[in-house]
Design a protein around this ligand. Structure first.
Ligand code: PGA
Length: 255
């Protein structure tokens, strides 16, 4: 029995201007009003957060950030804390995105500290994992997923209980921003592996409850076939979340 509510999350990355973001958020709010859709979340750049919160609060659209530091305050030039994100309406934070891991050299240890802090604060992490093309071609996909999960959730594993609002996002690095989506079967195979790993480490209930999003070149024309897979519970959308038409096309998928 599948009771997991789908989530479609838009990761705007370092794109748009504040007026463009406001227009996009207004359109989403108007178009989604009173309609029974999946949960919808937007994760804009930091400087947009407070203006966007004014627009979407009360609408049911969730606000997320794209990253955070693991300390609350301090001498960390250029960083932002989870506490600061909560002050501007964030309930969610994307952690361990592949661009953070590969471009900014974030390690699993840093991500583990961020996940731990997010839970302490009551912010819901969307923890991203995924293999590179090289790793996939070397047959190491499951090994990489297992390593990223066990290292990024090291502190949570020690506690032996999975906070029930953790969200995972499987994002194969080779599919992000490339137009090359994983096939629904490739994505399902990875999601099933991740769910089984959750079951081994945290038990059957956690495995059944956890939402695992797919990310990597999700578009209106491929969302339905991905969502038809039993272990895919939503999508983390980059490029196609920047325009109302394509993001709404994804939100309104029909399996
Ligand atoms: P994409 O990005 O949809 O542009 O491939 C997904 C992501 O990085 O979250």
């Amino acid at each position: 029995m599948d009771q997991r509510k789908p989530l479609i999350a838009g990761n705007w990355k370092m794109n748009l201007s504040i007026p463009e973001g406001i227009t996009l958020a207004r359109t989403l709010r108007e178009e989604l009003q009173g309609i029974n859709t999946p949960n919808v979340l937007v994760a804009p750049p930091f400087t947009f957060l407070s203006s966007l919160w004014e627009i979407i609060k009360g609408s049911g659209i969730l606000l997320g950030a794209q990253n955070m530091h693991w300390e609350d305050f301090g001498a960390f030039t250029g960083e932002i804390s989870g506490k600061m994100l909560m002050e501007v309406g964030c309930t969610h934070v994307i952690l361990g995105h592949s661009e953070r891991r590969h471009v900014f050299r974030e390690t699993d240890d840093m991500i583990d500290k961020k996940v731990k802090k997010a839970f302490e604060l009551g912010l819901t992490p969307i923890l991203c994992i995924g293999e590179t093309l090289e790793e996939r071609e070397a047959g190491k996909t499951f090994h990489i997923l297992e390593k990223q999960l066990s290292c990024s959730l090291a502190t949570i594993i020690e506690k032996a209980s999975l906070p029930n609002d953790l969200i995972l996002a499987y994002e194969p690095v080779w599919a992000i921003g490339t137009g090359r989506t994983a096939t629904p079967q490739q994505a399902q195979e990875a999601h099933k592996f991740v769910r089984e790993w959750i079951e081994e480490n945290f038990g059957e209930k956690s495995a059944q409850d956890i939402r695992i999003l797919y990310g990597g070149s999700v578009k209106p024309d491929n969302i339905a076939s991905l969502m038809a897979m039993p272990d895919i519970d939503g999508a983390l959308v980059g490029g196609a979340s920047l325009k109302a038409e394509s993001f709404l096309g994804i939100i309104r998928y029909e399996v």
